[in-house]
Every structure is written in structure tokens, then in C-alpha cells.
Design a protein around this ligand. Structure first.
Ligand code: NAD
Length: 328
């Protein structure tokens, strides 16, 4: 029977782990801690480990796994930029990620668009103190906007489908083009997308080619008062450039479910901690910046699927050497 050590396990995943471990006939031990050199000992005797997005899996970590004869690694996330895949390949550790329907993240993306467009954050603040005034809260309508989607994979495509009901003009830029996307919007080059869009939403993975794709220079190419939405990965955007853009008024608003430097911050209660995250703290206080705690994925259906595809992926890797979400 395959022995799996699960790290970063949240309370809401526990029931799925115990039920699905029976279905997939594997033995699973659960820990809330991240996988680090200090916690690798928890995986004694395990064939495989599964993590979430906060564990940093570099070459040293992989070498420690190899020493303990751990052969398989899964991340219960869609993105896998926290894993050194080249080192995993060198060391012969097979890696897979998890999968879930893109709808939850796509719905959340549209929610952030509307929250920023309709100034919901300052409206909410005012309502709390019985200030029901309208000054400064005039919004814009989706039908009057050109919206740019960068990355038309599973999530980007679903966002485009959601948006097609709003009557806006949609432009897209992506490495790979899809016929179904071309039916409802136009693929353009990146400079055209920057120049023409009132709102831009990012849906690419984080990689060397996408790191800081939103920076001082690219923001300069955009329309004044452009709104940027990021439900993908924080490091796609240079945080300092975002702060400058909001301060100067070039950016009209930000909807950020992920932000550069969020590791260790998100999914934890920090109320009594002294945080050393000046840029994040400064950016989040602006009335036109909505920040959430990397929770676009967080639905009942997605959490179940994250655990299920982790267990099915690892058992398939062990039985046949491959699985649908294999990445190395
Ligand atoms: P996907 O692999 O289906 O799609 C990614 C798309 O980006 C593909 O179309 C690809 O061609 C394109 N792309 C890759 N590199 C590019 C580049 N340099 N320039 C232009 N296009 C490029 O992935 P997905 O399932 O749609 O997810 C996208 C990302 O969203 C994930 O990698 C993950 O980081 C993030 N995500 C965030 C959350 C959250 O809770 N906030 C949840 C799930 C996924």
C-alpha cells in the first residue's frame, strides 16, 4: 500500500483525506506544518509526499527527500512555481500537481473586477459608520469597457466565457491560441492589449518569462486609470511599480488575490504579529486597492478535487509511472 505524508493540511481537507485515502487504498498521515528540512522526518517510511503552495521545494529539499527514498511529490495546487522541477528530474523524483475546475477562480476574478469598478471597498467602509454619501463612488459599466485577458488557459478561458455575457469588448494575449476563445474575442499582441484595455486580468503561470511582466515600463504603455486584476501569482507584478502606479494615479485600481511577497502571510492569522511587509501594508490601505488572502481557489468543490487529484495522481504515478497532472 502506498504511504503518503501530507503537509500543510488544513482542517477542511482532513475529512476528504480520510475518506478518499480509503477509496484510493493508500495510507496517509496528515500534518499542518510545511515541508522543510526540519519537518522531513515526519515522512519517515513514506513513498510520497503532498504539499500546498507555501512549502519551498528547492534542490536541497529534494535531495533530503531522495535520501529518505521518497519517490513521488504532489502539490495540491494548480501552480507549481514553488518546486524546482529541473532538480526533481535530475534526482528522479516524479512530480504531479492537482487539478480542479477553473470556474471558482474565474468567478472570483469577475467579482474582483466588479468590486474595483464599483468602488465597493470605500462604499463598505462608509456603510459601517452610517455614511451613505455617494461622493467619489461613481463607477463604470462593463459594457463600456475593453477588457484584456493575459493567458487563455483553463482559467483565462473561463473568465472570457463569464465576461461574454457582460457585453464588453474582450482582447486576449496568450502563448497558445484557442478556437473557442477566438469565437468571442480577438487575440492581439501584448502592446496592443496594454494600449487599448481599460481593465487587464492576468492568468498565466509564474515562470522566468512572466516574472514581473507588469512593471514600470509596461504600466507606462497602458491607458490612464487602467484597472489591473491578479488572481494568478503575485510575482507576475512588480509590487513597487504597483505602489508608484496607484500613488501617481496612473492606475485606477487594483484587485489582487495574490501579491508579491505573500509567502508566510496568507492563510495565517497575524493579528498579534509584527509584520515586516511595508509595501504590502502600504498598498492595501488605498481605497481603490482590494486585496484578498489568495483565496480565489477556495470552494468546496475545488478543495475536494485538490485532495482527490493528489491521491489519485500519486497512486497512478506509483502504479504506472504516469498520471494526468504529471509535471516531471
Ligand atoms: P493553464 O496552464 O491552463 O493556462 C496558462 C495559460 O498561460 C496558457 O494558455 C499558456 O499558454 C499561457 N502562458 C504561459 N506562459 C505565458 C507567457 N509567457 N505569455 C503568455 N501566455 C503564457 O493554467 P490555469 O489553470 O489557467 O491557471 C493559471 C494560473 O493561475 C496558475 O498557473 C496559477 O499560478 C494561478 N492560480 C491561482 C489560483 C488562486 O487561488 N489565486 C488558483 C488557481 C490557479
Amino acid at each position: 500500500m502506498l504511504k503518503i505524508c501530507a503537509y500543510e493540511v488544513r482542517q477542511d481537507e482532513r475529512e476528504y483525506f480520510s475518506r478518499l485515502s480509503r477509496d484510493y487504498q493508500c495510507e496517509t498521515v496528515l500534518y499542518k506544518e510545511q515541508l522543510t528540512p526540519d519537518t522531513i522526518a515526519f515522512a519517515k517510511g513514506a513513498d510520497a509526499v503532498t504539499i500546498l503552495g507555501q512549502s519551498r521545494i528547492d534542490r536541497t529539499m529534494l535531495a533530503l527527500m531522495k535520501q529518505r527514498q521518497i519517490r513521488f511529490l504532489n502539490t495540491r495546487t494548480v501552480g507549481y512555481d514553488h518546486i524546482d522541477l529541473n532538480s526533481a528530474r535530475d534526482l528522479g523524483i516524479r512530480v504531479c500537481h492537482s487539478g480542479y475546475a477553473p470556474n471558482g477562480v474565474a468567478d472570483y476574478t469577475v467579482m474582483l473586477m466588479l468590486l474595483v469598478l464599483r468602488h465597493y471597498k470605500p462604499a463598505l467602509w462608509r456603510g459601517e459608520v452610517y455614511d451613505y454619501s455617494l461622493k467619489g463612488l461613481m463607477g463604470r459599466e462593463m459594457k463600456d469597457l475593453t477588457i484584456g485577458i493575459i493567458g487563455t488557459g483553463k482559467i483565462g478561458t473561463c473568465v472570457i466565457k463569464n465576461l461574454s455575457g457582460f457585453g464588453c469588448r474582450i482582447l486576449a494575449y496568450s502563448r497558445t491560441h484557442k478556437e473557442e476563445v477566438e469565437k468571442v474575442c480577438e487575440y492581439v499582441d501584448l502592446d496592443t492589449l496594454y494600449k487599448e484595455c481599460d481593465l487587464i486580468s492576468l492568468h498565466t503561470p509564474l515562470s522566468d518569462s512572466t516574472y514581473h511582466m507588469i512593471n514600470q515600463e509596461t504600466i507606462r504603455k497602458m491607458k490612464d486609470q487602467v484597472i489591473l486584476i491578479n488572481c494568478a501569482r503575485g510575482e507576475l507584478m512588480d509590487l513597487e511599480a504597483l505602489v508608484d502606479g496607484i500613488e501617481s494615479g496612473k492606475l485606477g485600481g487594483l484587485g489582487l488575490d495574490t501579491v508579491e511577497g505573500e509567502q508566510g502571510l496568507v492563510h495565517v492569522d497575524h493579528r498579534t504579529d509584527i509584520l515586516k511587509l511595508r509595501h504590502i501594508a502600504y498598498l492595501r490601505q488605498f481605497p481603490n486597492v482590494v486585496m484578498t488572502q489568495h483565496m480565489a481557489f477556495y470552494t468546496d468543490a475545488a478543495v475536494r478535487s485538490m485532495v482527490e487529484t493528489a491521491l489519485s495522481g500519486l497512486t497512478q504515478l506509483s502504479d504506472s509511472g504516469c498520471c494526468p497532472y504529471m509535471i516531471s
